[in-house]
Write a protein that binds this ligand. Structure first.
Ligand code: PLP
Length: 459
C-alpha cells in the first residue's frame, strides 16, 4: 500500500495508544517501515536515529538475527502452548529458570504476562492473595509515588499518578494512594540527597499512619528511576531507605522495573545499584526487547509459598491468561538474554557513561535547567528561567516544535509535556552513535533558539 493509503486508513480505523484522538486524525501517522541497529527508516526513506529504543524497549537494537531465528524456530516447532491444565513448553520453563538465576535475592518464582500493565495488575492481585493467605486481609491499601507510571489497566492506572491516566476514569481506586516524588531538581527539601531520602521515608510513614497503621497497608510500589513521570533519578540510598522502611512496617516493597529492567540503567536490574532485594518485581519491555509482547512478575519464595499453602487443596488460584508464558515470546526472551550476557549490557554501561558526559555539557544551554541520567536512560529538563526553574509556557508549543525539529534532523526522542526530553537509546549504541544522538539533540535545542517567541520568554 502507498503511504497515502495507509495514512487514510489509519485516520479512519486505528486507535493509537495514549494519543490525542483529535490530533491523530488531523495529522495522521508517522509510518515506520524498517529498522537496523539503532536506526529506523520511515516509508518515505527518511532515516532516524532511535534515541528512545521504540518505547524504551528495543534494548538490543533492531535486526538481531539470533532473536529472529529463535522466534522462527519456535513458531515452526510449536507456536502456542497453554500453561493451563498443567501444560508447559520448554522455552517457558527454561526462561523461568534462567531468570531465577539472575534476579536479585530469592525472587525465584515468576509469572509471565503479556506486557507491563498486566504484570502490574497481576502483582496487585498476588499481593491481595498473599495478604489474605496470611490472615491479614485488612492490609488492603497500596501506596505509590507522585509522577509514577504503572500501566493502564484499571488498577494500574490508579496506581499511576499522571493526570491523563486519571481523567474521566474514576481512579485512583479507594485503596490507592501516593506520596511525593523524590525528584532532586524540584524537591521542596532542596537538592540535598539525604534530605530527600529523609522526606520520602517520613512521607511514607505519615501516609501509613493516615491509613490507620501498617495493619491496613499491603504494599509500596516504585520505579527505581521514574520513567514516564519525566526521568526522575532518586538520590543514591533512596531505594535502600524505602526498602528498609517497608520491611520495618511489614509492607511489601515492590519495584516496577518495566523500564529499568534488562540493563537500561547499567546492571540487569536497577535495584542492583544498591543491592536492594524487593519482595516483588515487575518487568516487561527489555525482557523481549520489544520483539514480541511479554512481561513478568517475580515474587519471593515467602510470598509464593504463603499463597500456595494458604489456598485450599485442589482449588485453582484464579489468575492467568491465554498467552501467559507464550512459547514464542519466551524463546525470544531467551535469545535476548543471551545478547545481554554476551556484550550488550557491557556496551550499555560504556555508552551510558559517554551519554552522561555529553549531557552534562548541555547544562550550559540557555534552555536547559537540569540533566540527569542512569545508564542509557536520561532526561533533559527545559526551563525559561534557570534561577526560578520556570517551566516553559504551554503557549510556546515547545513539545511540538521539538518533535518536528527532531524528525527533520533525523533523531527520535520523547518529549514529556513541554519541558522534558527523554532519551533511552538501544544499549547497543556505539560511542560514535551516542555522539551523533547528542549532536542531533543539541541541534534540536539550537533550533528552539531560532524561535523568537521562545527566545523572548528566556529570563
Ligand atoms: N510500568 C512501568 C514503569 C512502565 O514504564 C510501563 C510502560 O511504559 C508499564 C508499567 C506498562 O507497560 P506496558 O505498556 O507494557 O503495558
Amino acid at each position: 500500500m502507498t503511504p497515502e493509503t495507509l495514512a487514510r486508513l489509519d485516520r479512519a480505523h486505528l486507535i493509537h495508544p495514549v494519543s490525542s484522538w483529535r490530533d491523530q486524525e488531523e495529522h495522521g501517522p508517522r509510518l515506520l517501515s524498517s529498522g537496523q541497529g539503532v536506526w529506523l527508516t520511515d516509508m518515505h526513506g527518511h532515516t532516524l536515529l532511535d534515541g528512545f529504543a521504540g518505547l524504551w524497549c528495543v534494548n538490543v537494537g533492531y535486526g538481531q538475527d539470533s532473536v529472529v531465528k529463535a522466534a522462527t524456530e519456535q513458531m515452526t516447532k510449536l507456536p502456542y502452548a497453554t500453561g493451563y491444565f498443567g501444560f508447559a513448553s520448554e522455552p517457558a520453563i527454561t526462561l523461568a529458570a534462567r531468570l531465577a538465576e539472575v534476579t536479585p535475592g530469592d525472587l525465584n518464582r515468576v509469572f509471565f504476562s503479556q506486557g507491563g500493565s498486566d504484570a502490574v495488575d497481576s502483582a496487585l492481585r498476588f499481593i491481595r492473595f498473599y495478604q489474605h493467605a496470611r490472615g491479614m486481609a485488612g492490609k488492603r491499601h497500596v501506596i505509590g509515588l507522585a509522577r509514577g507510571y504503572h500501566g493502564c489497566t484499571y488498577a494500574g492506572a490508579g496506581l499511576t499518578a499522571l493526570s491523563v491516566f486519571h481523567r474521566d476514569a474514576d481512579v485512583p481506586l479507594a485503596w490507592q494512594h501516593h506520596i511525593p516524588s523524590p525528584d532532586p531538581y524540584r524537591h521542596p527539601a532542596g537538592e540535598d540527597g539525604s534530605a530527600i531520602i529523609a522526606a520520602s521515608v517520613a512521607s511514607l510513614r505519615a501516609k501509613v499512619a493516615e491509613l490507620g497503621g501498617p495493619e491496613h497497608v499491603a504494599a509500596f510500589f516504585c520505579e527505581p528511576v521514574q520513567g514516564s513521570g519525566g526521568i526522575v533519578v532518586p538520590p543514591r540510598g533512596w531505594l535502600t531507605a524505602m526498602r528498609e522502611a517497608c520491611r520495618e512496617m511489614d509492607i511489601l516493597f515492590v519495584t516496577d522495573e518495566v523500564i529499568t529492567g534488562f540493563g537500561r540503567t547499567g546492571p540487569l536490574f536497577a535495584c542492583e545499584h544498591e543491592g536492594v532485594v524487593p519482595d516483588m518485581m515487575t518487568v516487561a519491555k527489555g525482557l523481549t526487547s520489544g520483539y514480541a509482547p511479554m512481561g513478568a512478575v517475580f515474587m519471593s519464595e515467602t510470598i509464593y509459598s504463603t499463597i500456595r499453602d494458604g489456598s485450599p487443596p485442589g482449588v485453582a488460584i484464579g489468575h492467568g491468561q491465554t498467552y501467559s508464558a507464550h512459547p514464542v515470546s519466551a524463546a525470544i526472551a531467551l535469545a535476548v538474554l543471551d545478547l545481554y550476557q554476551n556484550g550488550v549490557l557491557e556496551n550499555g554501561v560504556k555508552a551510558g557513561a559517554h551519554l552522561a558526559t555529553r549531557l552534562a555539557a548541555m547544562k550550559d544551554h540557555p534552555l536547559v535547567g537540569d540533566v540527569r541520567s542512569a545508564g542509557m536512560l536520561a532526561g533533559i529538563e527545559l526551563v525559561t528561567d534557570k534561577k526560578n526553574k520556570t517551566k516553559p509556557a504551554a503557549s510556546l508549543g515547545i513539545s511540538k516544535k521539538m518533535a518536528k525539529a527532531g524528525y527533520e534532523q533525523g533523531v527520535l526522542f520523547r518529549a514529556f509535556g513541554d519541558d522534558i526530553i527523554g532519551l533511552a537509546p538501544p544499549l547497543t549504541c556505539s560511542v560514535e552513535e551516542t555522539d551523533l544522538l547528542c549532536d542531533r539533540i543539541e541541534g534540536v535545542l539550537n533550533t528552539l533558539m531560532n524561535d523568537n517567541e521562545i527566545v523572548a520568554a528566556i529570563v
